[in-house]
Design a protein around this ligand. Sequence first.
Ligand SMILES: NC(=O)c1ccc[n+]([C@@H]2O[C@H](COP(=O)([O-])OP(=O)(O)OC[C@H]3O[C@@H](n4cnc5c(N)ncnc54)[C@H](O)[C@@H]3O)[C@@H](O)[C@H]2O)c1
Length: 471
Amino acid sequence: MNTSPLSGGLSRRRFLAATGFALVAPTIIPASAFGQNGRTAPSNRIIMGVVGWGMQGPGNTGNFMNEADCQVVAACDLNKHNLQSAVNSVNGHYKNKDCKAYHDFREMMARTDIDAVMLAVPDHWHALVAVEAANNKKDIYGEKPLARTIAEQQAMVKAVQRNKRMWQTGSWQRSERNFHYGAEIVRNGLIGKVKRVEVGLPDGHNDFAGTAGPLQEKLAKIPGAPNDLAKVVPGTAAWDAAVSAPPEDLDYEFWLGPSRKEPYIHARVFMNWRWNYNTGGGQLLDWIGHHCDIAHWGLGNDDKIGPSEVEGQGEFPPKDAIWNTCTKYRVTCKYPNDIEFIIAGGHGDIRGGTKWIGTDGRWVWVDRGNAFESSNATWGDTRNLPEDQRKVKLIKTKNHYRDFLDAVKSRQPTVSPVEVAHHSAIPGHLGLISMLVGRKINWDAAKEVILDDAEASKLLTRPYRTPWKLA
Ligand SMILES: NC(=O)c1ccc[n+]([C@@H]2O[C@H](COP(=O)([O-])OP(=O)(O)OC[C@H]3O[C@@H](n4cnc5c(N)ncnc54)[C@H](O)[C@@H]3O)[C@@H](O)[C@H]2O)c1
């Protein structure tokens, strides 16, 4: 491998590590790691740390460990059980005991032998962990949506740019063939001028962690208690039954981090933090970085171009309910060239996935599971545009993780850089803000500010709990 494009100092660090003179936190490298057994020599490997070992972290990490030129050497989690699973999994993969465990991500980020990090922490942590990583010169594979607020996203973009870091977002649909194909058809004008875009997302809440069931069984024994966690509010016997001490394995105070202090409720921490606005953004923001990201790709809206008007309507549980995120929503945005852009969850007229509608009844629709439909029967047969129709060629990658590692080496952008993730999530954030203030938002996409609405502008950011500050 040509190591010359690597950022300053890496080759030297890798040389030192390979010869046993690691600068910080010495790593013992087994004989099998010295380029034998078909593995890439350590001096050419991307040394990686991983943060967050819940639903998404293990899969991401497994994909990186499967690449011969990547070596995971550190894992971080605030939950002792998950952290031990991470260490066992990494050491099991390499058949060694080298993976170092961290409770505090800042200690892991301070290691100078780590080149890149994989971040799969809840949304309320994205900005703080990513900015710390970028300031410590790590390249970053970070999860979607980019962050909990637009202000946090802006800080992340600046930190990544200032520190000249490579970034890949976990918006892996960009590395799937049908999404690439659909976006390229639209980008090349084959459906004519785009008039309308429909982004269909899930609605309601989803008990990902299976923690709602046991609580609902408890609630069933309380006379008059609701079964739906979106109806359980403070000051009721049902709420009191839901609150408990945090599990011993979890540092809950740290886990809350910059978010408002709230009592521990098991059914809204592991994975289900998504359904509480204190830590997540509901279905709208959980999915915006997937199907809206694809919609933007097809339109060529990856950078700078954004909506000028955003109006959202939604159905909300009481704001202090256990699960308080919007259950059904419809966001209508106006984009340049009079494109009507709809994002909806729970509305039968908007199909799940991404649909672009152009002139003369031409359209393309894509979704997960390699789903592709269009107004042109011949398009469905190939999944590859003939070369003469590919005037605009979108980056094509078969493996989202490989694409990141290649970018770490080449210093060429990934298929989903930080600026793209920022723009993909903006319509979701603005849609939520519009729903919360109950009126249309006028957005200056170039300056990234809300026009003439002080109340809505306040929601571009959120207060941070002491001592957390975004650098
Ligand atoms: N790309 C995808 O398809 C996809 C799918 C699922 C989740 N995700 C994203 O992955 C991220 C994580 O989601 P999840 O469902 O895995 O959540 P999760 O709750 O299952 O796991 C998060 C883990 O991070 C740990 N954690 C929390 N704060 C931490 C901190 N400050 N330092 C270290 N560890 C910390 C938790 O203890 C937990 O183990 C989210 O951003 C989510 O949107 C992406």
